[in-house]
Design a protein around this ligand. Structure first.
Ligand code: AHR
Length: 497
């Protein structure tokens, strides 16, 4: 099968905002306790954080981590997580029916982000709490000193402000499962007033308004229109969440789920722009896709988890080879919308639907999906070029034309590098041509493929066989590159310009 990607230096989508490669740590399951934090682990640093996990997180090159939830957020008192650890309350976490010890809170998590060279994307509770707790938290985190909350931060050991720039106004407030679930009008008004107060404390912060929990929500569309209508003036981003799964065990249908993500993004962009026009506003709202991933492998197992434990294993999806192909398609889809999607958070980071897994009594390892994410996060930096694709297509029940080739190119002018990411959705070998108008290719620095594995094969502790391997199946000729893509493969080609 033949396929073609055509790009041009005069047709760029946008510069990639590094925050597109963010992730998410929620106080749930073994994400925090037994994931990033385990003081009795042989690799623990002086603060109790696992160094083996820190090293893997650094490999992912994540600029931003959303924290502390998730559904957990909507019942969380941030004050429980500051001050002397021995005085912190143990609480019921109603969202996940577990116990929260509050051993890790704001200061500890901040220290972890320094170790992992990332930043916090802080979320405020708009479920059980509201304006007061949110504005106090901004004062605690970002105000220099000389006030009650900023001085309390100093007393608790952090003299300098944390300087947190990106903030989420609650989590999935449209969802009936959410503690403090609200109608669009209720949430829209609360978010508006909370945002106003938070920006009065620190007008340099950026705020994310909750969009729908997923595109199948019955209120999707109406929710966005209403909440934006209320809060447009004070917010900067609207959130999207979506998880996918191969529920039907139908590979071609599964690999086409990225077209669903594409439609979702297009729909939300249209709504943001409709409200912009209605309000005669000069301001453009960007998108924060702050929960996205594959989530379905652990659904059955989680039904048997006993309630009210500290850090039980929850949502521990073990990812297989076919998941890497969809994850690659989803990453390419996010890049195609780099002009509007500025923040992305792979949900989540460690143990809970995560690229990194740990064993309490053992090591930490890379799940299969670690690899496409790490490659795009590390090398998908710069300007995204608008892709024109020539490819055979197939039909699913949802989409009439799913191209076998999914591909994008990102040019990093500082590094003189142009990187092509591509998924071959077909079970046949693909003869791929890239026409890179305006770019002279000097050499291929690296061509790796993730291919040839059993679709259901997984990585486990001590057995990480599923990973990219180098390929030499390419040729270059000035502005043209040809390559052979293996059947069902994820590919990355880094060209020196
Ligand atoms: O990431 C797991 C959960 O999925 C989050 O807590 C919630 O926001 C979403 O429904």
């Amino acid at each position: 099968m033949k396929s073609k990607l055509v790009v041009s230096h005069i047709n760029k989508i946008s510069e990639v905002d590094p925050r597109l490669y963010g992730s998410f740590i929620e106080h749930m399951g073994r994400a925090v306790y037994g994931g990033i934090y385990q003081p009795n682990h042989p690799t623990a640093n002086k603060d109790g954080f696992r160094k083996d996990v820190i090293e893997l997180v650094k490999e992912l090159n994540i600029p931003l981590v959303r924290y502390p939830g998730g559904n957990f957020l909507s019942g969380y008192n941030w004050e429980d997580g500051v001050g002397p650890v021995e005085e912190r309350p143990k609480r019921l976490d109603l969202a996940w029916k577990t116990l929260e010890t509050n051993e890790v809170g704001l200061h500890e998590f901040y220290e972890w982000t320094k170790e992992t060279q990332t930043e916090i994307n802080m979320a405020v509770n708009l479920g059980t709490r509201g304006i007061d707790a949110a504005r106090n938290l901004v004062e605690y985190c970002n105000f220099e000193g000389g006030t009650y909350w900023s001085d309390l931060r100093k007393k608790n050991g952090h003299d300098e402000p944390f300087g947190i720039k990106t903030w989420c106004l609650g989590n999935e407030m449209d969802g009936p499962w959410q503690i403090g679930h609200k109608t669009a009008d209720e949430y829209g008004r609360l978010a508006e007033e909370t945002a106003k107060a938070m920006k009065l404390v620190d007008d340099s912060i950026e705020l994310v308004l909750c969009g729908s929990s997923n595109s199948q929500m019955p209120t999707f569309g109406e929710w966005e229109l209403t909440v934006l209508d209320h809060a447009y003036e004070y917010i900067d981003y609207l959130s999207l969440h979506q998880y996918y799964g191969n529920h039907k065990n139908d590979l071609q249908h599964y690999l086409a789920r990225s077209l669903d993500m594409d439609e979702f993004i297009q729909g939300v962009v249209a709504i943001c722009d409709a409200i912009k026009a209605k309000k005669h506003s000069k301001k453009t709202i960007h998108l924060s896709f702050d929960e996205w991933n594959i989530w379905y492998h652990s659904n059955e197992r989680d039904k048997a988890v006993k309630p009210w434990q500290v850090a039980p294993p929850l949502l521990e999806d073990v990812y297989n080879f076919e998941d890497t192909l969809l994850l690659g398609c989803l990453l390419i889809t996010l890049l195609k919308h780099a002009d509007r999607v500025k923040i992305g958070c792979l949900a989540q980071l460690v143990n809970v639907i995560a690229p990194i897994m740990t064993n309490d009594d053992g090591g930490a390892w890379r799940q299969t999906i670690f690899y496409p994410f790490a490659q795009v996060s590390n090398y998908g930096r710069g300007q995204v070029l608008r892709p024109m694709i020539e490819s055979d297509t197939y039909a699913t029940e949802d989409f009439a034309e799913v191209p076998y080739l999914e591909s994008i190119a990102v040019v990093n002018e500082e590094a003189n590098e142009l990187v092509i990411f591509a998924v071959n959705r077909s079970e046949e070998k693909m003869d791929f041509t890239a026409e890179l108008n305006g770019y002279q290719i000097k050499a291929v620095k690296e061509f790796t493929e993730l291919a040839g594995f059993d679709l259901k094969a997984v990585n486990e502790e001590g057995n990480g066989a599923i990973k990219p391997t180098p390929s030499t199946n390419y040729q270059i000729n000035e502005t043209q590159l040809t390559a052979a893509f293996a059947p069902l493969s994820w590919n990355m080609i880094r060209c020196e310009l």
